[in-house]
Ligand binder design. Structure first.
Ligand SMILES: NC(=O)C1=CN([C@@H]2O[C@H](COP(=O)(O)OP(=O)(O)OC[C@H]3O[C@@H](n4cnc5c(N)ncnc54)[C@H](OP(=O)(O)O)[C@@H]3O)[C@@H](O)[C@H]2O)[C@@H](O)CC1
Ligand SMILES: Nc1ncnc2c1ncn2[C@@H]1O[C@H](COP(=O)(O)OP(=O)(O)O)[C@@H](O)[C@H]1O
Ligand SMILES: [K+]
Length: 489
């Protein structure tokens, strides 16, 4: 098994790796391997055509010279457009010396008649904004392939620094960067290929990647066995309010479909509103205090369908009783007035709007913001969005890309809390339960979209959850040893 098969390397980690690797294998050799991987990926996807490789001054440009040489050798019409020559003695200089074809100046006229542009200007380690002339050059040819990262996208954060042009294909190396999966970077990469460039094992020594790709194998779901009984599968309790019972019911439904042994809604005065619902749901109308005495009812979902006022009536009691609380929606609105109200919850699931109300504006890296917030609250943070980030106070971070925009429908977040709550109740460690829950929710969304013409509603999301769970269990047995994340893309 290669090291850290699901790692997403930050540019800093990638630099450390290159440095360690250079003691064993020349960077020029890795550059050669990288160029081969890109050229092969292009040959596999595009018809032979007129190509311009736009090369920057660093190693990204160096990879570009290798690509130019190989495509030309295979009979493609290739020119290099160079933004300054690589410095003598650098690996890119060696690669550039191997290119005997035309090198044109860095101006738009050099791109006339070109069908495909290879963007080898800057890689994923970009730290400062790219200038307009670079952006204009790249925009001049509509069909583009990026080496490592579309120039202008930060590999660390997925942000656009200055300007960036979307590509049809991005070929990166060893492991992807967070920016390949964080918006807007993700949307600019097009198809993503992660190529094996024979990075030596020694390059990993001393490295503990901070960020992971959320995928089965990062966590494992509890398997049900012959000896299962409902209390072993776990009890999920959901706080129910009087104003929006639908949201609470969606969370409860999702919990049942994900495999909770027993799901109960603590409805208090609103019990009648819930009794007409699913017959397998248990509705409690007793005062909360008596329900909290039941030690089998450890995990509580608090927030979906609750007004902040209703939350104020139940959350303090849950925390005082030392219950494991998953806080969402109304609980976050109540917590936004005073963050200390949420101290003691196990996990929170804000979308970016809720996140900002709780922790203030997000500037720069969202993974860092999520981690800092997790530490401030001492709870697992699920920062929801098209790219959901799951951060634990101990520093673990995962980025989820297994989802669909079909999930952008009201009530979809309530479903997610039911899924996560079930995995927590089944005994999974909190961060792993959150990662697994987000993945299952994404898989259910993908399946529901397929079953409902691309437009499922929240009520359609719970039905595929059982199947999603089976898919995850199968995938976690898969062999990640060959070109890990690459195999999943
Ligand atoms: N392990 C792997 O994955 C391997 C990766 N490989 C490849 O290496 C690439 C990374 O190479 P890299 O470190 O040389 O960085 P890269 O982006 O080419 O350019 C840096 C140069 O650009 C300049 N510059 C920067 N920003 C700028 C701006 N906004 N505007 C203007 N200039 C700017 C910067 O100037 P400076 O900041 O020093 O002043 C410096 O001169 C990586 O993407 C991959 O393709 C393989 O070859 C081998 C194995
Ligand atoms: N474009 C998208 N791509 C993937 N997932 C999405 C997208 N938009 C929303 N989601 C997911 O859908 C869910 C929406 O949750 P939320 O905003 O809380 O909705 P609600 O409060 O209406 O239930 C989150 O899990 C989020 O990650
Ligand atoms: K690039």
């Amino acid at each position: 098994m290669p090291p850290y098969p699901l790692a997403l390397l930050t540019p800093e980690e990638s630099d450390m790796m290159d440095h360690a690797a250079s003691a064993v294998v020349p960077v020029a050799q890795l550059m050669e391997n990288a160029g081969w991987a890109v050229a092969r990926a292009i040959r596999k996807r595009f018809q032979k055509c007129r190509v311009a490789v736009v090369c920057g001054p660093g190693n990204n440009g160096g990879d570009g010279y290798v690509v130019a040489r190989l495509l030309a050798r295979w009979g493609w019409s290739v020119r290099v457009v160079a933004m300054g020559a690589p410095k003598e003695g650098r690996p890119a200089f060696v690669a550039a010396s191997g290119w005997g074809g035309p090198v044109l100046p860095f101006e738009k006229a050099s791109l006339e008649g070109i069908d495909l542009l290879v963007d080898a200007v800057f890689g994923s380690g970009l730290k400062r904004p790219v200038s307009d002339d670079v952006a204009e050059m790249l925009a001049a040819v509509p069909r583009r392939v990026a080496i490592d990262m579309p120039s202008g996208v930060s590999g660390e954060t997925g942000e656009v620094l200055g300007q960036a042009q979307g590509c049809a294909l991005t070929v990166t190396f060893v492991r992807p960067r967070p920016g390949h999966f964080l918006e807007p970077g993700r949307g600019l990469c097009g198809e993503l290929v992660c190529a094996d460039i024979a990075m030596p094992e020694q390059a990993w020594s001393g490295l503990t990647p901070k960020i992971s790709f959320n995928w089965p194998g990062l966590w494992e779901l509890p398997v049900s066995g012959e000896g299962d009984y409902k209390y072993r599968r776990g009890v999920v309790s959901v706080c129910g309010g009087a104003v929006m019972p639908g949201a609470t019911r969606l969370a409860a439904r999702a919990a049942r479909r994900t495999g909770a042994g027993l799901v109960r809604i603590a409805a208090r005065k609103a019990a009648e509103a819930y009794r007409l619902g699913d017959p397998g749901l248990i509705i409690d109308d007793q005062p909360l205090g008596s329900l909290l005495e039941d030690l089998r009812r450890k995990v509580w979902i608090c927030g979906p369908g609750l007004t902040p006022e209703e939350v104020s009536e139940v959350l303090p009691a849950l925390l005082a009783a030392k219950k494991t609380v998953l806080a969402d929606a109304g609980a976050l609105a109540w917590g936004a007035e005073d963050l200390s109200r949420l101290k003691g919850v196990a996990a929170v699931t804000p979308h970016i709007g809720e996140f900002k109300k709780l922790f203030g504006p997000v500037t720069g890296s969202r993974t860092e913001a999520a981690l800092n917030a997790a530490r401030e609250l001492n709870a697992v943070m699920v920062m929801k969005g098209a790219d959901t980030i799951i951060a634990a106070p101990d520093g673990r971070i995962a980025i989820n890309a297994h989802a669909t925009s079909a999930l952008a429908t009201a009530g979809s977040g309530d479903t997610l809390t039911g899924v996560i709550g079930t995995l927590m109740a089944a005994g999974m460690e909190t961060w792993e339960a959150c990662c697994a829950g987000v993945w299952l929710h994404g898989e259910a969304g993908i399946q529901a979209a397929r079953d409902h013409g691309g437009w499922p509603v929240a009520e359609d999301l719970d039905l595929p959850l059982g199947e999603a769970r089976s898919v995850a269990t199968e995938l976690s047995k898969a062999d990640l040893s060959k070109n890990p994340v690459a195999a999943l893309l």
